[in-house]
Design a protein around this ligand. Structure first.
Ligand code: NAG
Ligand code: NAG
Ligand code: NAG
Ligand code: NAG
Ligand code: NAG
Length: 438
C-alpha cells in the first residue's frame, strides 16, 4: 500500500505520541520504585511542636526549611548513578500541567502509618469547602490524601495558608489521617493535575477518587478489605469498584449530613419516598451507567459489572493506585475532566463493578454557575478530540504492539471506540501503519 505524505506524517506523529507516553510511564514507574518514595515524605518534617504554632510565619519558615532540605545531598540522591532534585522530578511528572507552578508534597504529613492494602481517599479542596472536609475526615477514619490549591497571586494568600493551618489543627484526626499537598500557582481549577497529585502521593496501594462534597454513608473500606475476591481484583489492577452516588431532591435536606441514611434499607425507603435520587439526575449520563434500577433490586452482598458504559460516565471509584492510567492534565476547568480520567481507564481495559451494599450522598451547596457553563462548552470540544486521540493511542498499543485487542482486555476499547464517528478513519490509520511499517 502506498502511503501519502499527510498519512505518513500522521503515522510518525502517532508513533511519537506513543513513544512519549511509554517514556512517561517508564520514568514514572522508575521513580516510584526508587528512594524518592522515602525522600519525598521527608521534604517537610513538621513535628507536632511546629504544628502548635499557628502563625503564618512558621509556615513560611517551614517552606524555607523545605528548600534547604531539598538541596541536601540526601534529598537529591535517587540512587546512583542518577541524581535528580525533587523540583525537576515534579516538573517532569506534571509536564502537561500549566506552568509555572510549585508543588509541595506532604506539606502536612499524617502521623499514622497506613497498611499497604488500605484505601486512601484522594481529593481536592478549595477554601470554601473546609468545613465539609472536616466532616469527611471524622467520618472516614482512614487515610486521606488531599491537594489544596494556593493561588499565590491573590492578596489573601497568607490568610489561606493560615486557614489551612487552622483546618489541620481543628481536629486530632487531621494529623492522624490526612496528608496535605500544596499546589502554588495562579491557575484555577486544574482539577486533573490536583487529582493526580493526591493519587501520586497516596501512601497505600489502593485509592478512591472522591469529590469533597460527598458524605460517606457506609463502611465500604472495611467491607472491601474483608472481601478476598474484591481485594484480588483490585490487586490485578483491571477492576475499579463504584460506590453509587445519591443526592437529596430538596436542597435544604442535603445540607444536614447527620440525617443522611447509613444503611441500604433506609436509603431505599428514602428513594421510594421521593426524597433521595441518583446524583445529578439532570445530567443523567454522568451516573446512569451504574444502573440504579439494578442497584435497588440487588440482594445484599451483590457486586455487578457495569455493562452499559458510555463516555460521560463519571462514578466515584476505588482502584489500584499504580497501573491504571492517570487523569489527563490538559483538562482545566469544569466539564469532562473526571469523565476523561474514567474514559482512559476504561479504554485501557479497566472494568467497573458496582458495590450494591454501599453508597455516598452529596451535600448540597452553591456552584460557580457562570464559570461552569463557559468552561463546559469549551471542554466538550476538547473531550471530543480527546476521545479520538485516546482511541487511536490505545488502538495502536492494544492492537499493533501488544496484540490484545481481541482479548478480554481489549473488549472495552472495541466497544467504546467503534461508537466514534471518526472510528473508520482511525482504524484505517492503524491498519495501514501495521501493513506498511511492520
Ligand atoms: C523529623 O522529625 C522527627 C521528630 O521530631 C525527628 O526525629 C527526625 O530526625 C526529623 N527528620 C528530619 C529529616 O528532619
Ligand atoms: C511561633 O513562630 C514564631 C515565628 O517563627 C516564633 O517566634 C514563636 O516563638 C513560635 N511560637 C512557639 C510557641 O513555638
Ligand atoms: C506563584 O508561583 C509561581 C510558581 O512557583 C511563581 O513563578 C510566581 O512568581 C508566583 N507568583 C507570586 C505572585 O508569588
Ligand atoms: C492572578 O492571575 C490570574 C491569571 O494569571 C489573573 O487573572 C488574576 O487577575 C491575578 N490576580 C491578581 C490579584 O493579581
Ligand atoms: C442513560 O441516559 C441516556 C440519556 O438519557 C440514555 O440514552 C441511556 O440509555 C441511559 N443508560 C442507562 C444504562 O440507563
Amino acid at each position: 500500500m502506498i502511503v501519502s505524505m499527510p498519512d505518513c506524517a500522521r503515522i510518525i506523529q502517532s508513533i511519537a505520541i506513543i513513544y512519549a507516553f511509554i517514556a512517561l510511564l517508564y520514568t514514572t514507574s522508575y521513580f516510584l520504585a526508587s528512594p524518592l518514595r522515602v525522600s519525598l515524605p521527608l521534604l517537610l518534617n513538621l513535628s507536632s511542636a511546629t504544628l502548635s504554632n499557628s502563625s503564618v510565619s512558621s509556615l513560611l519558615s517551614a517552606l524555607d526549611r523545605q528548600d534547604s532540605l531539598q538541596s541536601s545531598p540526601h534529598q537529591k540522591s535517587l540512587g546512583s548513578p542518577t541524581y535528580i532534585d525533587n523540583d525537576l522530578f515534579l516538573s517532569k511528572a506534571f509536564s502537561n500541567s500549566l506552568h509555572p507552578s510549585k508543588i509541595i508534597p506532604f506539606f502536612y504529613r499524617a502521623s499514622s502509618n497506613f497498611e499497604a492494602d488500605d484505601i486512601t481517599i484522594t481529593t481536592l479542596i478549595t477554601s470554601n469547602r473546609f468545613p465539609v472536609f472536616a466532616r469527611l475526615v471524622e467520618r472516614y477514619q482512614g487515610p486521606i490524601s488531599v491537594t489544596i490549591h494556593v493561588k499565590n497571586n491573590s492578596s489573601d494568600y497568607h490568610e489561606l495558608l493560615d486557614s489551612i493551618h487552622a483546618l489541620y489543627l481543628s481536629t486530632p484526626n487531621m494529623a492522624r489521617f490526612v496528608d496535605v499537598h500544596l499546589v502554588m500557582d495562579s491557575f484555577d481549577r486544574q482539577f486533573n493535575t490536583w487529582r493526580n497529585i493526591a493519587r501520586l502521593f497516596a501512601r497505600t496501594d489502593f485509592v478512591m477518587m472522591l469529590d469533597i462534597d460527598f458524605a460517606i454513608c457506609t463502611d465500604f473500606r472495611s467491607a472491601i478489605r474483608a472481601n478476598q475476591a474484591v481485594m484480588d481484583k483490585l490487586r490485578e489492577g483491571n477492576s475499579a469498584f463504584v460506590i453509587p452516588a445519591f443526592e437529596y431532591v430538596n436542597q435544604e435536606r442535603g445540607r444536614q449530613q447527620s440525617s443522611f441514611p447509613t444503611d441500604k434499607t433506609t436509603l431505599l425507603s428514602s428513594v421510594k419516598g421521593g426524597h433521595l435520587a441518583m446524583f445529578h439526575a439532570s445530567w443523567e449520563v454522568g451516573h446512569n451507567s451504574t444502573d440504579y434500577p439494578r442497584y435497588y433490586a440487588a440482594p445484599p452482598g451483590e457486586i455487578y459489572k457495569v455493562t452499559k458504559y458510555q463516555a460521560a460516565y463519571e462514578p466515584y471509584i476505588i482502584f489500584k493506585r499504580e497501573g491504571p492510567p492517570w487523569c489527563d492534565e490538559r483538562f482545566v476547568g469544569y466539564g469532562g475532566n473526571k469523565a476523561a480520567c474514567l474514559f482512559e481507564m476504561y479504554l485501557s481495559g479497566v472494568s467497573f463493578y458496582v458495590l450494591s451494599d454501599h453508597f455516598i450522598v452529596h451535600q448540597n451547596h452553591a456552584y460557580e454557575e457562570k464559570a461552569r457553563k463557559d468552561e463546559r462548552k469549551f471542554n466538550r470540544k476538547i473531550y471530543a478530540d480527546f476521545k479520538e486521540e485516546t482511541c487511536l493511542r490505545y488502538l495502536v498499543t492494544h492492537y499493533h504492539d501488544l496484540d490484545i485487542l481481541d482479548s478480554t482486555q481489549g473488549y472495552n476499547l472495541q466497544a467504546e471506540c467503534t461508537k466514534l464517528k471518526a472510528f473508520p478513519r482511525l482504524a484505517r490509520k492503524v491498519w495501514s501503519s501495521s501493513n506498511d511499517w511492520s
